[in-house]
Design a protein around this ligand. Structure first.
Ligand code: MN
Length: 217
């Protein structure tokens, strides 16, 4: 009997209004309880189809089901990283310290240089998608990337550290079509402690995942 674990909507690590005034309660409530939840439901529905395929109950269009799974799983993963990447103003915002500051200075010249590149990535995503700061396990360096939708332009094996949702559902109720202002204000709620924790894990875990035999630098 083939049976898969179902995905679950994780609770927010703060209240729906905690990111105000930069992201209003109504956006956070809908974004988490409706949009993110829909990706969880969608990913689980794809799993159920695959299970039923193995039970001989249905024939599936494998390409369609896997495409559906990729989109919804991507949505679930990206939002699961996005929520703790943010923290209420005061706890969030400012500039990073620790290993994050060292890596950012080394690979983007300065914090301002990084912020500018990441912001431009977020503001110029074509259609809907994400800006992503990742750790590249092949070189031990940081990269800024764009994702279209939740899953296109994915670079397998790179560990996401900081992600910014630029789908319209993430800002439209407050910022209307002004994605640039949303991106500029978002820096006030970035949780650098979470980024630091993710970077530490990535440095220690990501490289062996790709090339187990390579020595760490
Ligand atoms: Mn979203």
């Amino acid at each position: 009997m083939v049976s898969y674990t179902r995905y679950e909507l994780p609770p927010l690590p703060y209240s729906y209004k905690a990111l105000e005034p930069y992201i209003i309660e109504e956006i956070m409530r809908l974004h988490h309880s409706k949009h993110h939840n829909a990706y969880v439901v969608g990913a689980n529905a794809a799993l159920e189809k695959i299970e039923r395929h193995f039970k001989g109950e249905i024939q599936i269009d494998v390409r369609a089901v896997l495409r559906d799974f990729s989109f919804n799983y991507g949505g679930h993963i990206m939002h699961t990283i996005f929520w703790p990447n943010m923290a209420p103003p005061g706890k969030g915002g400012g500039a990073p310290g620790g290993l994050t500051a060292d890596y950012i200075n080394k690979f983007f010249g300065s914090f301002e240089g990084f912020k500018s590149l990441f912001s431009q990535a977020a503001k110029t995503v074509e259609g809907v998608g994400w800006a992503v700061l990742t750790y590249d396990p092949l070189t031990g360096e940081l990269r800024v990337l764009q994702l279209e939708k939740h899953n296109l332009l994915m670079t397998a094996g790179m560990a996401p550290l900081l992600v910014l949702d630029v789908w319209e559902h993430a800002y439209y109720l407050q910022y209307k079509n002004d994605r640039a202002s949303y991106v500029d204000n978002w820096w006030n709620v970035v949780n650098w402690d979470d980024v630091e924790a993710r970077l530490n894990k990535a440095v220690n875990l990501a490289k062996p995942l790709i090339y187990p035999s390579l020595p760490t630098p």
